[in-house]
Design a protein around this ligand. Structure first.
Ligand code: ADQ
Length: 488
């Protein structure tokens, strides 16, 4: 920890998963480094301030596993500590697959008919949150800043307080916060809202999410009042005062843009175009999840080919889906549905030398993903609902030529920042998406360049490092007077 800057408050990040994964390779456990944007942004901050990352290592407890030994080498290289919260298989089933993924995930994405409100899940969620809070209490000091990530761990501040442990705490929700009519369906709504009021700062992706939260809070606790304008406001409920803010998450722009410029990646992008005989490319990239609107997107492309015969043989749709929650039946069914839809479009339209839909069901190496982004004429990002959607931003960052068009769902959090220069669509309106695609494919070069330049500028300025700084500033500083406006 010799790189730690003296005088800076130490940071303790708490998330469901650690930024590393423990994997069994040939009967032996090994540590694998995570690669997401959050890790990229947090790692230098943790190294600079010193601190720890607390989370589940991604494997259920195994008596043979020397977790501490496995992680110690990683920690000395990374410059910050890792602390694991071991979970049993039953806990993973009920707290993670159950409460988090069968209740909060669908409900907060406005898909309440998919929720299974089992009381057992709720009890497991509370037990696991208590377990996490015990580790946080043990691994932190009163001078540390505790930054909790996402919907799995909404009760950290509540349990820390109930243990008499005083800490400055912040919470960031990566998914949307639903409006009152939807949130009220949660059987434990009051306890969840109350737990969130125990944080010193609660951050959302968009101002709309923050307003939804405030609406729910005032429905359940009518005395709650918000003061202030701009991205961060102060809320009073009884004798509690805390902050609410909108902090749109982003990506490491320079990393994506720089990678797309590398000769070997540019060559891969060229190879993709050449393999498709330089036809126009429409690209979708998602975790395979029912919130991402993949079946509707394939049907929209199908509509494009049916409605506009001039498009037949002229355009390809590439859908790249990274496997996700594969052991869950709903995700298996979704995969089958997508495969059937791809088969239907290709069956109806293919001819020798042209297959309209190319579907990849696998995680791609970073370089390959960037090559696809740079090759695509249209980035088609149509989630039914999304907290932010980083794919939209990654597509823009990789589009160094400025010739691409972003067609974006109005229900992605990213639309709040990118709406002026993206082509916004309703992901449920397949005719509308087909029309938007047809128009976007006919946009002039100058028009495309002007829009893409603005999109790239927005993502470049408000990048992942800006996101970390703005959250920490709102969480750690005493005054909000000089807090920068969030551009939306
Ligand atoms: P996710 O729902 O996972 O994140 P998203 O923001 O789009 O959604 O991030 C997906 C990530 O996976 C992207 O970084 C993308 O590059 C990567 N990815 C997708 N397909 C891939 C493939 N085939 N191979 C390799 N990588 C692939 C949640 C919320 C979002 C929010 C983020 C961050 O649901 O709304 O934007 O957290 O807060």
């Amino acid at each position: 920890m010799s790189d730690t800057q003296p005088g800076l408050q130490r940071l303790v990040v708490v998330s469901n998963r650690l930024p590393v994964a423990l994997k069994k390779v040939d009967d032996a456990w090994a540590v694998k480094q995570g690669a997401g944007g959050l890790v990229t942004a947090m790692a230098p901050v943790l190294k600079n301030r010193g601190g720890a990352w607390i989370g589940w290592a991604g494997a259920s407890s195994d008596p043979d596993m020397d977790v501490d030994g496995l992680l110690s080498d990683f920690c000395s290289d990374a410059g910050y500590d890792l602390a694991t919260v071991p979970l049993t298989k039953q806990e993973v089933d009920d707290y993670y697959f159950g409460f988090s993924n069968e209740i909060i995930w669908p409900l907060f994405h406005d898909l309440q008919t998919r929720c299974r409100f089992h009381p057992r899940y709720w009890r497991a969620y509370l037990d696991v949150n208590f377990k996490f809070a015990e580790v946080v209490a043990r691994k932190s000091t009163p001078d540390d800043y505790i930054w909790v990530q996402d919907y799995h761990l909404m009760h950290q501040a509540f349990f820390l307080k109930s243990m008499g442990v005083k800490r400055n705490t912040g919470f960031f929700l990566h998914i949307p916060f639903p409006p009152p009519d939807i949130f009220m369906k949660l059987p434990w709504r009051w306890k969840v809202i109350q737990a969130l009021t125990e944080y010193d700062l609660v951050g959302f992706q968009t101002v709309q999410d923050r307003r939804n939260f405030m609406g729910c809070l005032q429905r359940l606790m009518p005395e709650a009042k918000a003061e202030g304008r701009g991205a961060v406001v102060t809320v009073t409920v009884g004798n509690r005062r805390f902050r609410l803010g909108a902090f749109p998450i982003s990506i490491d722009y320079n990393q994506f843009s720089g990678l797309a410029k590398r000769p070997e990646v540019a060559q891969q992008a060229f190879d993709v175009k050449e393999a498709l005989r330089h036809r126009k490319i429409i690209l979708g990239v998602d975790r395979l999840d029912y919130t991402k609107g993949i079946p509707e997107r394939i049907q929209s492309f199908h509509t494009l080919l049916r409605r506009y015969p001039d498009m037949v043989g002229k355009v390809n749709f590439i859908q790249i889906a990274v496997p996700s929650r594969e052991e869950v039946d709903e995700y298996k069914e979704l995969r089958q549905e997508i495969e059937q839809l791809v088969g239907r479009v290709n069956g109806e339209f293919s001819f020798p030398g042209w297959v309209p839909v190319h579907y990849h069901y696998r995680s791609l190496p970073h370089e390959e993903l960037v090559a696809y982004y740079s090759a695509a004429d249209i980035g088609l990002v149509t989630p039914l609902r999304d907290g932010m959607n980083l794919v939209a931003k990654e597509y823009c960052a990789c589009n160094n030529s400025g010739s691409g068009v972003l067609v974006l769902s109005e229900f992605a959090g990213a639309a709040a920042q990118l709406q002026k220069h993206a082509y916004l669509v309703n992901p449920y309106d397949m005719e509308g998406i087909a029309k938007a695609l047809h128009r976007a494919l006919h946009w002039g070069r100058d028009e495309r360049k002007a829009s893409m330049l603005k999109l790239r500028e927005q993502v470049r300025k408000n990048n992942i490092f800006w996101w970390v700084d703005s959250f920490l500033q709102a969480g750690i500083s005493k005054k909000l007077d000089d807090f920068p406006e969030i551009e939306t």
